[in-house]
Design a protein around this ligand. Structure first.
Ligand code: TXA
Ligand code: MG
Length: 347
C-alpha cells in the first residue's frame, strides 16, 4: 500500500519495515539500531544472513555516532549526498545483524528529498537494502514493489528513481586509493578525475574477508539481479544476426552453437514457439519486440531504464536477449548487472 511520509516515520518508529525511494533504487528500510526491525528485512527479502545492509543517514555530523571515521575517509564526503556507499569500522551501536557479523559497516547519504525528510524527522539511521526479493531486479518505482510484495509492504511513492542503478560501494584504502566493491554510476573514470586511484580487482568476487565468515560484498555474487525469464547477454555486434531473421530463436541457438556456449540450465525444446524480446540501445528500429534503453546509446539513460525495462520484459516475453554496452565508465556497471542476471552469455 502507498503511504505518506508521516505514516512511514510512525511505522519505522514502531519497528516496522517500509519501502522508501532513493535516487538509486527503492530501499526496504528499518531503523538500523533496532535489531529486531532489521531482522524483518532479511525475512521479507529472503536475504541470506551473510549479506550485510547499507545504513543511510542525512548528515555527516551524525556519522561518528555509528562508525569510526579515519582521516582518509574525509575526502570522500564531498560526494555525498549521492550514489556512493563507503565502508567504515563500525561501533557497537550498530547491531551485528546489520553487517552480517562484519566489523565493517556500509554508510551512505542518499540524495532524495523524501528519504532525507524521513531521516531528518526520524533522527535515526535507516538500514535499507534494495526493495526486491533477494536476487531479483531492484525496484525503481513504487509499482514494482507492489508487484513483488502485494499489500504486505507499505511504500512511500517517490516516482521513478533518477539513477536506476544501485550505489557504487567502495572501501577506502588510503587518501587517494579505493577499491570498488560494487560498480555504479560513480565510476573509475569519475574517481580518476579527482586523482583517486581505483585498484582493479580482477578476481571473480565474492571475496572472503580474512578471519571472517561471510562475503565481502554479496552484491557481487555471480547470480544476482535476475529477471524471472531467462536473460541472454550477447556481444553488441551480434545484434546484426537478428536484423533479418524470421526465427530469432534459431538464430540465437546458432550463435550459441558457433560460440560453443552450452545453455546450462534451459531446456531448449521448452522454448520453441516462445516469444523473444530484445533489450537494445542505439538508433535501431528494424525489428519487433524491442525495448530501446536509449536511442543515443547514452549510458546514463541506459542505466536509468535498465531495471524498469527488464521488469517490463519479464512480464511480456519468455526469453530476453540483451546486448553488452561499451565497457567503460557507467557501462561497466550496466554490463555487471546484465551479466549477473544472464543465464547465457556470449562475448
Ligand atoms: O543504492 C543503493 O545502494 C541501494 C539504496 C537503497 O541505498 N541499496 C542497495 O542495498 O543496493 P543492497 O543491500 O541491495 O546492496 C548492498 C550492497 C551489497 O552488495 C552488500 O554486500 C554490500 O552493499 N555491503 C553492505 N554492507 C557491507 C559491508 N559491511 N561489507 C561489505 N559489503 C557490504
Ligand atoms: Mg540489492
Amino acid at each position: 500500500m502507498k503511504i505518506s511520509i508521516e505514516d512511514a516515520i510512525q511505522k519505522l518508529n514502531d519497528g516496522q519495515v517500509v519501502a522508501i525511494p532513493t535516487e538509486t533504487v527503492y530501499g526496504l528500510g528499518a531503523i538500523a539500531t533496532n535489531a529486531s526491525a532489521v531482522s524483518k528485512i532479511f525475512q521479507i527479502k529472503n536475504r541470506p544472513s551473510n549479506n550485510p545492509l547499507i545504513c543511510h543517514i542525512d548528515n555527516i555530523d551524525n556519522l561518528s555516532q555509528f562508525v569510526h571515521i579515519e582521516d582518509e575517509h574525509r575526502d570522500f564526503f564531498q560526494f555525498w549526498p549521492g550514489p556512493l556507499t563507503i565502508l567504515f569500522k563500525k561501533k557497537d551501536i550498530i547491531p551485528s545483524i546489520v553487517t552480517a557479523g562484519s566489523d565493517l559497516c556500509a554508510f551512505r547519504i542518499p540524495d532524495h528529498i523524501i528519504f532525507s525528510e524521513i531521516l531528518k524527522k526520524l533522527k535515526k539511521p535507516i538500514a535499507a537494502p534494495s526493495a526486491n526479493p533477494s536476487g531479483k531486479l531492484s525496484p525503481v518505482n513504487a509499482e514494482m514493489i507492489i508487484e513483488y510484495f502485494g499489500n504486505t509492504i507499505d511504500v512511500v511513492d517517490g516516482g521513478d528513481c533518477n539513477i536506476g542503478l544501485e550505489s557504487t560501494v567502495i572501501q577506502v584504502l588510503s587518501k587517494k586509493t579505493i577499491k570498488i566493491l560494487r560498480h555504479g554510476i560513480l565510476t573509475k573514470e569519475f574517481f580518476s578525475s579527482y586523482n583517486i586511484n581505483v585498484i582493479e580487482d580482477n578476481h571473480i568476487l565474492p571475496v572472503e574477508i580474512e578471519n571472517q565468515k561471510g562475503l565481502l560484498s554479496p552484491g557481487l555474487l555471480p547470480k544476482h539481479y535476475a529477471p524471472k525469464k531467462p536473460l541472454v547477454l550477447l556481444e553488441s555486434k551480434l545484434i546484426h544476426y537478428f536484423y533479418n531473421t524470421k526465427n530469432p530463436l534459431e538464430t540465437l541457438l546458432e550463435i550459441l552453437k558457433n560460440h560453443s556456449v552450452d545453455p546450462p540450465t534451459l531446456d531448449i525444446n521448452n522454448l520453441k514457439n516462445r516469444s523473444i524480446g530484445f533489450l537494445i540501445y542505439g538508433p535501431i528500429n528494424s525489428f519487433n519486440n524491442i525495448i530501446n534503453l536509449s536511442y543515443d546509446s547514452n549510458l546514463r539513460e541506459i542505466s536509468k531504464n535498465l531495471f524498469h525495462s527488464l521488469h517490463k520484459m519479464e512480464k511480456t516475453f519468455d526469453i530476453i536477449i540483451s546486448f553488452k554496452v561499451e565497457n567503460r565508465d557507467i557501462g561497466v556497471a550496466i554490463n555487471d548487472r546484465l551479466s549477473r542476471g544472464a543465464e547465457w552469455k556470449v562475448f
